[in-house]
Design a protein around this ligand. Structure first.
Ligand SMILES: Nc1nc2cc3nc(NCCc4ccc(C(=O)O)cc4)[nH]c3cc2c(=O)[nH]1
Ligand SMILES: [Zn+2]
Length: 380
């Protein structure tokens, strides 16, 4: 059993108390220390882009077992502004969430949401997707914004390299992201807040290794793995994980950004990933799709008009304990907001419960058989 005590390093609160290795896989069950609590990993972080996890309340999030939620600096910087959130007492107070919060730095949204962007050594100029105004983010601005928001874990400002990308572009961008990580580190002066770096490298094994080694030598308390889940085939994502994760310190958290579905989670946990976030469960819920251990169930389909069973008879969520597929389908067809709330509650509960089940399997040293059984019945 491998346990890693976390040496008291500067500005570190995302301490990794214990990582338990299981089998020949890199799967591990750990505990993450933050100012807002000690949390179990593997963990899924519901996405609350604009300081709310769409359609559910903080109380419901707590009831379903959410530990850390994610918010986006890009969005909150544009609206309502991070100084306003700081004046409100910070993001926890503003949204009445006393669990953990992680903020993404904007390094993805700038490149995916902001049209007409221009990247220089200094940072990224872009047009706001809200009002078209010209905006600019740099490592220093992104870190200041995240210190204003007051999340427990913040992310370095990076460039999420598009897919596909030429080797030379990926190389230069990755080197710049490492320089930006160093600038992020220097700009980060808020104690009681952990700054994670983000590994890039595109889909190139050698660039992934260089990025990981360079960032590890800068000594961060945790590491995001970025530039994945950007349209690449899943086997390529797993190959990049295989190249990257072993180079990251065993006693520090690894966070795979933007991932999302249980088949990807169970594979990534096998490679040693601890933390996940994705808009998928909440976004597809609003389109009337429920996540189950056998795959997706489109509750809105006519087939469920007279189906008086719950979405999943073995699910402990509020939706499955009290309502039928027929009722939820009726609400969705009638554009009733409660319908979206029920599918969202179910999907988040499903993923949160799935990570709990993975943790239990790791602790009982049966993760590999758990993975086999799950993948055998799950249709992607
Ligand atoms: N700072 C930073 N943040 C990131 C966020 C990401 N999110 C993803 N993927 C999300 C993909 C994604 C997008 C939308 C939906 C849906 O609507 O269902 C699902 C998945 N990849 C990502 C990469 C990065 C990155 O390198 N750097
Ligand atoms: Zn359910």
């Amino acid at each position: 059993m491998l346990t890693c005590a976390f040496a008291g390093q500067k500005k570190v609160l995302a301490a990794y108390e214990e990582a338990v290795k299981c089998g020949y896989s890199g799967a591990r069950a750990g505990r993450l220390h933050t100012p807002h609590g000690v949390f179990d990993t593997p963990m899924f972080m519901p996405v609350g882009t604009q300081a709310t996890v769409k359609a559910v309340s903080p109380r419901e999030l707590k009831e379903m077992g959410a530990q850390i939620i994610l918010s986006n600096t890009y969005h909150l910087y544009l609206r309502p502004g991070t100084e306003l959130v700081a004046e409100a007492g910070g993001l926890h107070r503003f949204m009445d969430w006393d669990g953990g919060i992680l903020t993404d730095s904007g390094g993805f949204q700038v490149f995916s949401l902001g049209p007409l962007r221009k990247i220089t050594e200094e940072g990224a100029a872009f047009r706001s997707h809200i009002d078209g105004s010209t905006q600019f983010l740099s490592p220093e601005i992104a870190i200041k914004a995240q210190m204003n928001l007051g999340a427990d874990i913040i992310m370095a400002f990076d460039e999420c390299i598009p897919y596909p990308a030429e080797y030379q572009y990926a190389k230069l961008s990755t080197e710049r992201t490492t320089r930006w990580a160093e600038r992020s580190q220097k700009a980060h002066t808020r104690s009681g807040q952990a700054l994670f770096a983000i590994v890039q490298g595109g889909m190139y094994q050698d660039l992934r290794r260089v990025s990981a080694n360079d960032l590890v030598s800068l000594d961060f308390p945790g590491y995001g793995i970025g530039g994945l889940s950007v349209g690449e085939p899943k086997p390529v994502m797993y190959e990049m994980l295989e190249q990257t994760v072993p180079l990251l310190p065993e006693n520090k958290p690894r966070y795979l950004m933007g991932v999302g579905t249980p088949d990807c989670l169970v594979e990534a946990v096998r490679y040693g990933i601890d933390m996940f976030d994705c808009v998928f469960p909440t976004r597809v819920a609003r389109n009337g799709t429920a996540m189950t251990k056998s795959g997706r169930l489109v509750v809105k389909n006519a087939a469920y008009a007279k189906d008086f069973l719950p979405i999943d008879e073995n699910c402990g969520c509020y939706a499955c304990q009290n309502f039928s597929r027929a009722y939820i389908r009726h609400l969705l067809k009638a554009d009733e907001i409660f319908g979206l709330r029920l599918t969202t509650i179910h999907n988040l509960y499903f993923l949160l419960d799935f990570t709990k089940k993975m943790r239990q399997a790791i602790l009982e040293d049966r993760f590999l058989s758990f993975r086999e059984e799950f993948l055998a019945q799950y249709c992607k």
